[in-house]
Ligand binder design. Structure first.
Ligand code: HDD
Length: 687
């Protein structure tokens, strides 16, 4: 079904319709509208002669092509977007006057761009990195941008250090390596010398930095913002997104292999889910702190390296976002969208977080060079759905035709239009916070504890999550060439947790200074662990390994059960020829062993039928496929006669391995397999 008819139309979609171009059945023209008679040959003086200057068609085509790239984003260059809508659950009047947070029947259009931070525009999706999660709400009161990440804290506390952080993270300037990776000297040199990064580096080394899918990760506004209600009462607020499918990650080995097997893995996953009607959903949560409680915490609520533990400041889920439409054109939408944390609506205001304050400058500034001038707000994806009027004029690529004689305020000639709106008319009035102080370049004393929450995060991890963090440190530091930097980082880790420091040191040949004062924090925040997340079979991809002679009477109902559970089974075989069962059924093949790989699936199942099994056994690919899936802790299933292949792959009984018994009811078996796949990974497996 056509995308445009399947999803719910909204005001942004209707606006975009005016810009959509469909070439179906159309004649080719130049940009001037002149019909083109030949697009294969340049105009020459004789068939073997030189091209002529007067070939306007060649010149126009080539000039446009020569200029069709724009500068990629300084950070978050690799990204992918989708459209959708947001609905609030109940009026939020008590806390904010933001109009889009009042009426549960209103669907506010949104465009979301997910991204990695470090890599260039075409870099792989599954690298270890924070993920950007930027949402543009096209509200009736103007665009509101929530420009967050999938990690709730940041590396630095003051925006003036952002260029340093990014210079250290990006490929090193003398050799432009490594691409999309933090595993190199300058990054870790920065971390060791800027210990405010201690908390975020723990997150970056955790499974959060290798998500299974954009659909299965949380989003965080990171900063403390302010909600302001009709009465002018302000409250501190943090925003977060909770995915309905739970929070799930890849394993590191798998993430690295995926970067080669399918560098577009997350983009494809999002695109396909939306095409299949499996619309990703995220609930919007808020954590609210009353102004009078600002100083009641053992961290400064303005410090962006600190989170508000959910057990102390509960999350209130206030609405849901559904992504239900893929973009039509990636350049026009994902590439040209311009986010800005300063795009707010009445009822949402800023705090004095020094990182946020700096961001309020950077985003508009960067678009000027990236999008080529001050009129990027006129690009279709960036236009608000409400009217906009002011006296700004001209500039590169101006599209609006502003009528009238005046372009200034105040004026008499146009009766003072466009005129500012009073607060009651929706005019944005900044929250009147009392501020006083001396001009000073300094960090507040209350920002100086860098290790307590790093330790809180560590304490909150399960054993397996701790193992993954340890291995990630060993990997990243193992790639660092400077022994000095390696040692500095180990010293830094000792201030978080001595055991972790010892484990990391052992892996990289560094030593631990036992005299370092380790953080004394003993409490934990269970909400930070992914292991307690929602676990569902929905949208999980299952590889069905089969050959000619598969048992159709067993496989067909099994495939139906997977589909009923919302899963996506795809058949993998040696060739793409449809498979024949012994009783005359046929099965379409989706992939060959050459074109696919176990890392592309969440679970694997081997179809029954002795002939199919024997053919799978003859070639080694099936066993290798299973072996790798097993080593990545995925659910493995087999019809009873196919169990022999598991043996040949060295897979014994174990957690998440489901083999049908000959006498077992089909439904009982499929339920067991679906439950095993929903588990996501079976960590208690010996591999
Ligand atoms: Fe940023 C892009 C998120 C700190 C300066 N940032 C960018 C994007 C996301 C974030 C998701 C991509 C937006 C898109 O998809 O187009 N940035 C964050 C978060 C931060 C943060 C969650 C900390 C809490 N950023 C930050 C600081 C600065 C910037 C401190 C500079 C003072 N960020 C930029 C930028 C980018 C950007 C250079 C590059 C492209 C763009 O803005 O449009 O201006």
């Amino acid at each position: 079904m056509n995308q445009l008819t399947k999803h719910s139309k909204n005001s942004k979609d209707e606006q975009l319709e005016a810009y959509r171009v469909d070439d179906t059945g159309k004649k080719m023209t130049t940009n001037q509208g002149l019909r083109v008679s030949d697009d294969e040959h340049s105009l020459k003086a004789g068939v073997r002669g030189p091209t002529l200057m007067e070939d306007f068609h060649f010149r126009e085509k080539m000039t446009h092509f020569d200029h069709e790239r724009i500068p990629e984003r300084i950070v978050h260059a690799m990204g992918y977007g989708a459209h959708g809508y947001f609905q609030v659950y109940e009026p939020m009047k008590e806390f904010t006057k933001a109009k889009f947070l009042q009426d549960p029947s209103v669907k506010t259009p949104v465009f979301v761009r997910f991204s990695t931070v470090a890599g260039s525009r075409g870099s792989g999706d599954t690298v270890r990195d924070a993920r950007g999660f930027a949402t543009k709400f096209y509200t009736e009161e103007g665009n509101y941008d929530l420009v967050g990440n999938n990690i709730p804290v940041f590396f630095i506390q003051d925006a003036i250090k952002f260029p340093d952080l990014v210079h250290a993270l990006k490929p090193e300037p003398h050799n432009e390596m490594p691409q999309a990776s933090s595993a190199h000297d300058t990054f870790w040199d920065f971390i060791a010398n800027n210990q405010e990064s201690a908390h975020m580096i723990m997150w970056a080394m955790s499974d959060r930095a290798i998500p299974r899918s954009y659909r299965m990760m949380e989003g965080f506004g990171v900063h403390t913002f302010r909600f302001v209600n009709e009465e002018g009462k302000g409250r501190f607020v943090k925003f977060l997104w909770k995915p309905k499918l739970g929070v799930h990650s890849l394993v590191w080995d798998e993430a690295q292999k995926l970067a080669g097997k399918d560098p577009d893995f997350h983009r494809r996953d999002l695109y396909e889910a939306i095409e299949n009607g499996d619309y990703p959903e995220y609930e919007l949560g808020v954590q609210i702190i009353e102004e009078e409680n600002e100083f009641n915490f053992d961290f400064d609520i303005l410090d962006p390296t600190k989170l508000w533990p959910e057990e102390i400041v509960p999350v209130k889920l206030i609405g849901k976002m559904t992504l239900d439409r893929n973009q039509d054109n990636v350049f026009a939408e994902t590439e040209q969208v311009a986010f800005h944390p300063g795009s707010v609506v009445p009822g949402i205001d800023f705090s004095n977080d020094p990182l946020l304050q700096g961001r309020l400058f950077s985003y508009t500034d960067t678009q000027l060079s990236r999008l080529g001038g001050p009129n990027f707000h006129e690009l279709p994806i960036n236009r608000p759905v409400c009217p906009f009027h002011n006296n700004q004029r001209d500039g590169m690529h101006r599209m609006t035709i502003n009528r009238g004689q005046t372009a200034y305020h105040k004026n008499s000639l146009a009766q003072n239009d466009p005129r500012p709106a009073a607060e009651e008319e929706g005019g944005y009035v900044h929250y009147q916070e009392k501020v006083e102080g001396s001009k000073i370049r300094q960090r507040s004393e209350s920002f100086k504890d860098h290790f307590s929450q790093a330790k809180l995060f560590w304490n909150s991890m399960t054993e397996i999550e701790k193992q993954h963090i340890t291995t990630a440190f060993r990997f990243e530091l193992g790639k660092v060439k400077s022994k000095y930097v390696q040692q500095q980082v180990v010293d830094m880790i000792s201030a978080i947790d001595m055991n972790l420091a010892e484990e990391v040191a052992a892996g990289i040949g560094a030593s631990v200074n036992k005299d370092t004062a380790e953080s004394g924090v003993t409490n934990s925040s269970p909400a930070l662990s992914q292991e307690k997340t929602i676990k569902l079979p929905d949208t999980r991809k299952v590889a069905i390994l089969a050959e000619d002679g598969y048992n159709a009477s067993q496989l067909n109902p099994f495939l139906s059960s997977l589909e009923e559970a919302g899963m996506t089974p795809e058949v993998v075989s040696h060739t793409l020829s449809p498979l024949k069962s012994d009783d005359g059924h046929q099965l379409e093949v989706d992939h060959t062993f050459l074109t696919s790989d176990s890392v592309l699936f969440d679970a694997i199942y081997v179809a029954g039928g002795t002939k199919s099994r024997d053919l799978l056994l003859q070639k080694k690919e099936a066993a290798a496929f299973l072996k790798e899936g097993f080593s990545h802790f995925k659910a493995i299933g087999a019809a009873y006669e196919a169990a022999e292949i598991l043996e040949s792959a060295g897979i014994g009984n174990g957690s998440g391995v489901v083999v049908a018994e000959a006498s077992e009811k089909a439904a009982t078996f499929s339920d067991a397999f679906i439950a095993a796949a929903a588990e996501h990974r079976h960590w208690d497996r010996e591999v």
